[in-house]
Design a protein around this ligand. Structure first.
Ligand code: ADP
Ligand code: MG
Length: 631
């Protein structure tokens, strides 16, 4: 064994830098946290070459005395903690006293800082962590830190850096995150001389979200809820606006951005059965919990947290989001593209939209105009404001011009869910399409007008028309019914068992899950190598669809959700509901249509099919009048 020595502070700092300073974006994160902790209301970040050669953060916070400025770069130097007990209730972003020491050890730094009370400020220059120059300086209140030539003395780390574009993108994301964390601070971000983000700093989260996420947030749903002594605020996307990845899921715990599986699970649970699989909600959610119920000191970069009560946190987020989603009373509207309207507000200067599609730039003044247009204006004006701000799409859409198909009366009503014999869409009824009086009960406030394309039922109520997707609606209704019967699903014994040929792993998967499948109404046996024999199927499923359903089930089981019985069960119910529901293109007799419409119109909660497609969209008289240039 070689002799043990204690590492020099410089080497210790380099090791710490490995944890805290991974790339320019992590430097920016730390410097921004310091600026926020210093009470700044305005912070500007500027980078060149992805932040590798030049990175500057300027704030108007409390500044440092010359003595503090020197101490700040020592390891474990912090003004935010005094004793061990303070660690159990941390209210600042930083507390480890490591960031400046670590950053300084791998770069060249210039610092200028001045406290509001003093006449002059301090200027320091550091190379690889050591102060090489110090002078008095005339500078504004607050602090400016310039970090140059990051990793110049650690070539091993330098090798891991990606292109300037990639590093610059990560810096941008770090600034966005802080902007969303602190809507009360105005952040500006300049990349190679161009301003790419500016938030108003009015304290209004919606404004910050708008600047960062762009116009997508104009359709987001506001979340505001309390759960015991936890509060949840922020914005989430509607189920129909889901995204292909989790990239736009942003969570803050006591203003600190965190990555947490718990929070993701709680969010997504609220979208269960409303969102297509493979799609994810976007969110900006702020969870505030008492400081002593959360441990932020579990990761050097402070991005992970530990909660005292995971159950309470889960419930707070889950029910908070669920409540917000259920409160969106509006059914989705028919979207006509708004033609360029007379400009009600000044559009913000076009941000570089080609690459950073989620960037928007808005000054406080612009935001004010925008938000007042949004607040007091009636719906059409609001739409115009959004359209203008979002740099207006030019396309004018065509008015509806297709024929309305009125279902003809059928001599014998077909029972629900009997597909026509042929696979193709059935011929239209031979009888001439005379107007049929729908059997209308007297006590209902709406009128079933007819059916479009054998798929969408048209309903009129007052000044509003609704188009109901009959398949989606029926699927949802069946799904909810199946789900309510929490115990075993009733099944039918097939007189002739249905053979179902599958891939070997799919067949094996079904056979391995017999017990679960039985609960769901299926009974099956092995029948040769890759084939299973279906002996019993759920009551609501027709025998012709049984093989398809079994295959879909196997896919559900194989896709890895087997650990969670509830989600497998839900998947199966989706499959059964989907197979058993009336299909678009089928003829549906009017009694059935009426029954379906009645359920949709009487139940505001029927908004999305279990896959997340809308069930019912509205089209107001006003919207039509606008299209026909009557208003
Ligand atoms: P920590 O933030 O964990 O305390 P840092 O190394 O990031 O550790 O900073 C060390 C100290 O330097 C801080 O505690 C703070 O007192 C001071 N400091 C750093 N940045 C600023 C700033 N922008 N304005 C005022 N003080 C600052
Ligand atoms: Mg810090």
């Amino acid at each position: 064994m070689p002799k043990i020595i204690q590492l020099s502070p410089h080497v210790a700092n380099l090791i710490a830098a490995g944890e805290v300073v991974e790339r320019p974006a992590s430097v920016v994160k730390e410097l921004l946290e310091n600026a926020v902790d210093a009470g700044a209301s305005q912070v500007t970040v500027e980078i060149r070459d992805g932040g590798m050669t030049f990175l500057r953060v300027t704030d108007n916070g409390c500044g440092m005395s010359s003595e503090d400025a020197r101490t700040a770069f020592l390891r474990h130097a912090t003004s935010k903690l005094r004793q061990a007990e303070d660690l159990s209730a941390i209210a600042t972003m930083g507390f480890r006293g490591e960031a400046l020491a670590a950053i300084a050890s791998v770069s060249r730094i210039d610092l200028m800082t001045k406290t509001p009370g003093s006449l002059s400020g301090t200027s320091l220059h550091l190379e690889a962590g050591s102060i090489t120059e110090e002078s008095e300086a005339g500078c504004p209140d607050g602090t400016t830190i310039i970090v140059r030539d990051l990793f110049y003395n650690t070539p091993a780390r330098m090798k891991f850096m990606k292109s300037d574009t990639v590093e610059g993108g990560k810096v941008a994301a770090a600034v966005q995150l802080q902007a969303l964390a602190h809507p009360e601070v105005s952040f500006r971000f300049l990349r190679d001389g161009k301003q790419v983000l500016s938030t108003p700093g009015t304290g209004d989260l919606e404004a910050a979200v708008y600047c960062v996420y762009g116009r997508d947030c104009a359709r987001m749903v506001k979340v505001e809820s309390r759960w015991e002594n936890y509060t949840l605020t922020g914005y989430v996307t509607k189920p129909t606006d889901s995204r292909p990845s989790r990239a736009l899921q942003t969570f803050f715990v006591n203003d600190r951005p965190v990555k947490s599986r718990l929070l993701i699970a709680a969010l997504e649970e609220a979208y269960r059965n409303q969102i297509m699989s493979g799609k994810f909600p976007a969110c900006v959610l702020h969870l505030k919990v008492p400081a002593n119920t959360v441990d932020v000191n579990v990761h050097p970069a402070k991005t992970e947290v530990k909660f005292l009560s995971e159950k309470a946190v889960f419930d707070c987020v889950h029910y908070g989001v669920l409540g917000a989603l259920n409160k969106t009373v509006d059914r989705p509207q028919v979207q006509f593209k708004t033609p360029p309207a007379p400009t009600p507000v000044q559009p913000p200067k076009a941000a570089p939209q080609k690459q950073e599609t989620f960037f928007r730039t808005m000054t406080a003044a612009e935001y004010k105009t925008f938000s007042s247009a949004m607040q007091d204006a009636p719906q059409p004006k609001k739409e115009a404001a959004i359209a203008t701000v979002a740099a207006i799409e030019q396309t004018r859409s065509l008015p509806l011009r297709e024929h309305v198909v009125i279902p003809a009366p059928m001599p014998n009503p077909i029972p629900v869910a009997q597909p026509p014999k042929s696979e193709t869409v059935p011929e239209p009824p031979a009888a001439e399409p005379e107007q049929v009086a729908m059997p209308m009960p007297q006590d209902i406030p709406w009128r079933l007008v007819g059916e479009l394309y054998r798929s969408y039922v048209l309903v009129e109520q007052g000044e509003e028309a609704f188009l109901i997707d009959k398949h989606a609606a029926h699927e949802r209704i069946l799904f909810d019914k199946l789900k309510q019967k929490q115990e075993a699903i009733s099944s039918q014994v097939l007189l002739t068992p249905v053979p179902c040929r599958l891939s070997p792993d799919a067949a094996a998967e079904l056979l391995a899950n017999r017990e679960l499948l039985q609960e769901l109404g299926f009974e099956l046996d092995q029948f040769g190598d890759n084939t299973v024999l279906l002996r019993q199927i759920p009551m609501d499923l027709s025998p012709e669809d049984a093989a398809d359903a079994a295959e879909a089930l196997a896919a559900d089981l194989l896709s890895g959700r087997r650990e969670d019985r509830n989600s497998v069960r839900d998947e199966v119910l989706h499959t059964v509901a989907c197979k058993a529901a009336i299909k678009a293109g089928w003829h549906t007799d009017e009694k059935e249509l009426l029954a379906l419409v009645r359920q949709v119109m009487e139940n505001d909660e029927l908004k999305y099919c279990p896959h997340g497609r809308p069930i019912c969209i509205s089209l107001s008289k006003k919207q039509l009048e606008k299209q026909f240039k009557r208003s």
